[in-house]
Design a binder for this molecule. Structure first.
Ligand code: F6R
Length: 596
């Protein structure tokens, strides 16, 4: 949801650093992009469209010791050159980039216009450089002027500004992420660490309400009154290689193939095969009478799975869509634990739900992939899923890692001591995912059904979240209609949509009652001429009714959903690829959704 990059102190290549940073941040928004470089003057170049359009338009000679860049996901005003960031004041000496929403911008804009300022865009952001301009004209220093402009705005923001005649970047955040990168001679600023990871892995995480000043490799952080704050430097564990495509056509495909490694990392040092115990440092001493998960999108599907696992372990648990929970939270008791499942740790809906829970005095846990993210810093505890950076907008490996993390949480809270079977199944999972990746016939299935009118996904119990996730992946990257249902629900309405041109993906593992009933539902579908794709370990009779089969290795029923999901990720990927879709950056979407 908009990406910010900044760099100061490099003797050369500031522009290259900004453009490279924008490439890395493009998953946050990609409808327009721009850069501003400051020397004696401020030079701005910005373009509607993807970053390559900006790259083609920008004068390669444009350079300077300090610059900021932005990739946009529109909130106020359509994607046009004028609405792209950076925005400048009337003099052109101040340039500002922004991620977030300024809620009171209507009244601020009216005030500025009445005072004679000329605003050129439809954006909320543009008010900021004009307020800075006024404050500078009143004789304030640049830092004071920046703070005074920020004091006028309400909403959520990460902001950065550069000035003619200065090598400093001034920045602040409130509800949107911003992190400082500490280089030897240069300092960096970004919405997300991978944007500058090639140059430094030492970072300072800014907190809400803090102001950073970066200049020629030095950095300071102050409060809103300009008082110096003590901040520590953290070392980031990700390396730049993890953020590269490494020979894959798309990040999504790379990330699907990274799942075995991601799960091994998630489990490392946390499970003991010999004793069958789960021991997660971050969860030490944790108890809960009941658990409420809050999450969005793919993370919500993992949360649904997590709630099922806890219920099965005897801990009352429910999963809520964070956007709903934030306005109508479920009742809590003293022993309720609220778990925010969020890959980015920055999803505004999930953060709002967690804050709602905190306001009611209950313990909160962030289950996230990003160290230092807002969720990680706001919650009482953090369980890192350790999936490594995920760049493709469609979440893949983080779902699998969240599912594994949910098992760690449920084993901890159920406190059974010996969880031998589940520990073994988790340890086997990376190898089994590799088997699926090596032998998958998903591409052939995609080829066969690429022209279908729509796709349905059904599953029961633990496979229900996977049915929802399979459909979400399919719709977000292929732009085709797809729906997931609990298998038993199909006959209560959606069956009316099933035709010979709507393949139904049925996820069936094992031979228990759940499997037998789902096979019954498959027969109902088959009787209506719909092609059936069975995603199965072959234990039941489902393949008799299937037009195509995607095979799964046998495992514990509770971890089989991860394997089934890998097959569905691959089907969605190949359908999207055959349709020529923008797989890593699907239209209208952004990786990190920082508005409610
Ligand atoms: C789908 C997808 C989104 C995210 C959702 C929550 O592929 O990526 O549905 O899962 O926006 O994001 P996080 O997990 O960052 O809170």
């Amino acid at each position: 949801m908009c990406g910010i990059i900044g760099c100061t102190g490099r003797e050369t290549e500031t522009l290259d650093v900004l453009l490279h940073g924008l490439d890395t941040l493009e998953y946050r928004g990609y409808d327009s992009a721009g850069v501003a470089l400051a020397n004696g003057t401020v030079e701005v170049c910005k373009r509607e469209g993807e970053i390559d359009r900006l790259r083609a338009a920008v004068d390669p000679a444009m350079d300077g010791p300090v610059g900021i860049g932005h990739t946009r996901w529109s909130t106020h005003g359509p994607p046009t050159d004028e609405n792209a960031h950076p925005h400048t004041d009337c003099t052109g000496d101040v340039a500002v980039v922004h991620n977030g929403i300024i809620e009171n911008y209507d009244e601020l804009k009216a005030e500025l216009t009445a005072a004679g300022h000329e605003l050129e865009s439809d954006t909320d952001t543009e008010v900021v450089p004009h307020f800075i301009e006024d404050a500078l004209a009143d004789g304030m220093s640049r830092d004071e002027a920046f703070r005074s402009a920020v004091a006028r705005i309400e909403g959520s923001y990460a902001l950065a500004a550069v000035f003619a005649g200065s090598e400093a970047i001034l920045a602040t955040r409130e509800g949107s992420p911003l992190v400082v990168g500490v280089g030897d001679d240069a300092a960096y600023l970004a919405s997300d660490v991978p944007a500058f990871l090639e140059y430094t892995d030492r970072v300072v995480y800014l907190d809400d309400g803090e102001f950073a000043r970066l200049e020629s490799g030095s950095w300071t952080v102050t409060d809103a009154e300009g008082r110096l704050l003590e901040k520590s430097i953290s070392q980031v564990e990700w390396d730049a290689e993890e953020t590269a495509k490494s020979g894959y056509d798309h990040y999504m495909l790379k990330e699907i193939h990274e799942q075995p490694r991601a799960l091994r990392k998630c489990l490392r040092g946390r499970v003991d095969e010999l004793t069958g115990t789960v021991d997660v440092e971050a969860l030490e001493g944790l108890t809960a009478e009941s658990v409420q998960f809050v999450a969005c999108g793919t993370s919500y599907h993992a949360a649904l799975y997590g709630a099922q696992r806890l219920q099965a372990a005897g801990v009352p648990a429910q999963a809520f869509l964070a956007s709903e929970y934030a306005t109508a939270p479920a009742p809590v008791t003293e022993g309720t634990l609220v778990v925010g499942v969020t890959q980015s740790g920055e999803t505004a809906d999930t953060l709002a739900a967690l804050r709602r829970a905190q306001a009611r005095g209950v313990e909160t846990l962030a289950m996230t992939n990003v160290v230092g993210s807002t969720a990680a810093r706001d919650c009482d505890r953090t369980l890192l899923i350790r999936a490594g950076p995920e760049i493709g907008v469609a979440a893949t490996k983080t779902f699998s890692s969240q599912v594994v993390a949910c098992n760690l949480l449920s084993a901890t809270l159920a406190d059974r001591g010996d969880s031998r079977e589940i520990v073994q199944a988790l340890r086997d999972l990376p190898g089994q995912i590799q088997e699926v990746l090596d032998a998958s016939r998903a591409e052939a299935v995609a080829e066969r059904f690429v022209d279908s009118d729509g796709y349905f996904f059904i599953g029961r119990g633990h496979q229900h979240p996977v049915a929802l996730e399979g459909a979400l992946k399919m719709k977000e990257i292929t732009y085709k209609h797809a729906e997931g249902f609990p298998a038993g629900e199909l006959k209560h309405g959606p069956l009316a949509l099933v035709t010979g041109r709507t393949p139904v993906f049925a996820i069936v593992t094992g031979t228990d009652e759940e499997a037998t009933k789902t096979v019954g539902n498959v027969k109902e579908v088959e009787a209506r001429d719909a092609p059936v794709v069975a995603v199965t370990d072959g234990a039941s009779t489902v393949d008799r009714y299937a037009d195509a089969v995607l095979e799964l290795p046998e495992t514990e029923p509770c971890v089989a959903p991860v394997l089934a999901n890998v097959q569905l990720q691959l089907v969605a990927y190949h359908v999207a690829n055959k349709l020529g879709r923008s797989i890593d950056k699907p239209r209208n979407l952004a990786k990190s959704v920082t508005v409610e």
